[in-house]
Structures are given as structure tokens and as C-alpha cells.
Design a protein around this ligand. Structure first.
Ligand code: G3H
Length: 266
């Protein structure tokens, strides 16, 4: 089954929030209600748990209608995963076709928590899901990142580039070159930590990875995730196109601070 529509265009700067499985349903709806539409040129997207998607879609439709014809951008909806088939005998799985029908623009794939035990998602599985996302008019947001921080500081960038390059290559080899992709660079050791990776590490790794998509027709966006919060945008000085936020976005005040930081830096 093919979905014909293309995803809506994304603004040059992307700020994403995944609530993972932290929030229950009332907390998710309260949280989404408290988010403000971001100023241009920022696309803010929220990725709640699957059961919250219909309520989130309704809340965002109302917010986005009010923001129409203003300098504020819509808040987009995403999902945390999908199956690689659109329909079929896959009990307990979620169809990318239904995610599109529910108003999602983005689907997150291959998060470190899904590459790890007990899900053990491989690059092959993530690639099939990325193809399914694109087939259904969703932008795949593929999480990449090295598993461990190298014990030898001088080797940490090389280790990261080696592991991430393999994850990226699997996707680039399999999806049409003219479709938009988002890669979220999330060193596994920086997820759920006290502090993000050092800006130097992020900027050097992402700078190097960008070379692997040079000349690709479809836009590729690079986000940083892993204990990201206020302050990091300024430190990264344009090394990435956006941030993928987890726990530090639970306080909406932090999201507002990051949006202000971005506006100030422009
Ligand atoms: O999906 C988001 C990332 O895994 C970051 O999560 P975190 O900021 O809570 O470490």
C-alpha cells in the first residue's frame, strides 16, 4: 500500500522532543498543551508514546491553526518506532501507514534503547523501517551513535565516526537519494547521563559524518541528542541543525530557554 503525500517541509532548525515512556496519558496531554509554537525558522516536533498520538494530533491541530499566518511555526508530530510493513499479521506492531493517517510527519528509528536488549534492532531492520517510513510519506529520523566512550580520549572521535558511518551507510545505500532524512547523533554513553558529550566531540564527529552525504540530492539534517538542554545550542555554534531532547525537555521552561537561545544566536 502506498501513501502518495510527501511530508510537510521542515524549517532549517529542528528541535525534537521524545517523551520515551516517561509520561502517562494525562501528563502527555498536559505537557503538549503547555508547549508554545516556535518562532520561524524552527520546526519543533514532539514524539510521544503511541497511545497518546490521537490526543496529541488534536491538540497540535488546534495550536497550529491558531499559529497560522503568524511568525510562529507549527509543532509537528512524530512516533517512536514503526514496523517495516504497512499491514499484515504482525500482532502488537505499529503500521507506518497508520502513523501517517494519524498526522505524524516524522518517525524515529533505531534509538539506542531499541538497538539494545531486549529489542536488538539491527541496521538491516532499521533500514527496512526507513524504507517503510519514506514509502508512507514520513521523514525517518534515524538515531546513530557509538556504544561506548573510548577509554583513550584521543581515540573517541575515531571510534564514533567508525560506528556511526556503518549505521549511516546502511540507510544511504537503501533509501532513495532524493528523500529527506534526519540523523540524530546520540552517543549511547551520553543518553540518560548528567551532561551531554563535549561540544568539540559532537562537532568533530558530525562534521566528519556530513562528508558522507555530500552531493546527495535529498536534504540531510543532523541533530544532537543525549542529555541535551539549555546552553548546548550556543556551545555547538552551528555544528548541528538541531537538537533531540529527552529528560531536560520535561520542564517546558527548558524548551523555552532553548528556543530563545536559538533566536538570540541568529
Ligand atoms: O531521545 C532522546 C535521547 O535519547 C536523549 O535522552 P536524554 O536527553 O534523556 O539523555
Amino acid at each position: 500500500m502506498m501513501a502518495s503525500s510527501l511530508p510537510p517541509p521542515l524549517a532549517p532548525i529542528l528541535i525534537g522532543i521524545s517523551t520515551k515512556m516517561y509520561f502517562d496519558l494525562p501528563t502527555t496531554t498536559k505537557y503538549i498543551s503547555s508547549l508554545s509554537n516556535p518562532p520561524s525558522p524552527i520546526s519543533l516536533f514532539i514524539i510521544p508514546s503511541f497511545p497518546a498520538l490521537p490526543a496529541a494530533q488534536q491538540l497540535l491541530a488546534d495550536k497550529n491553526r491558531l499559529a497560522q499566518h503568524s511568525q510562529f511555526c507549527p509543532i509537528l508530530l512524530g512516533a517512536q518506532n514503526c514496523h517495516h510493513e504497512d499491514t499484515g499479521p504482525f500482532t502488537g506492531e505499529v503500521s507506518p501507514l497508520m502513523l501517517k493517517q494519524l498526522g505524524c510527519s516524522i518517525v524515529e528509528l533505531g534509538h539506542a534503547e531499541r538497538r539494545a536488549s531486549p529489542f536488538h534492532e539491527t541496521d538491516e531492520m532499521i533500514t527496512l523501517k526507513a524504507q517503510a517510513a519514506i514509502r508512507n510519506g514520513l521523514v525517518p529520523l534515524i538515531c546513530i551513535g557509538e556504544r561506548a566512550r573510548s577509554a583513550v580520549a584521543s581515540e573517541s572521535v575515531g571510534v564514533a565516526i567508525r560506528e556511526c558511518s556503518a549505521q549511516i551507510k546502511a540507510i544511504l545505500d537503501a533509501v532513495p537519494g532524493d528523500r529527506e532524512l534526519i540523523f540524530a547523533y546520540e552517543p549511547v554513553w551520553a543518553i540518560g547521563a548528567e551532561k551531554p558529550a563535549l561540544s568539540y566531540h559532537i562537532a568533530t564527529v558530525v562534521g566528519q559524518l556530513k562528508q558522507s552525504v555530500q552531493g546527495r540530492e535529498g536534504a540531510v539534517r543532523w541533530l544532537y541528542g543525549g542529555s541535551a538542554g539549555p546552553g548546548i545550542w550556543e556551545d555547538l555554534k552551528g555544528a548541528v541543525d538541531g537538537l533531540f531532547l529527552g529528560r531536560f525537555a520535561h520542564d517546558v521552561g527548558n524548551v523555552e530557554m532553548i528556543l530563545k537561545e536559538i533566536s538570540k544566536a541568529r
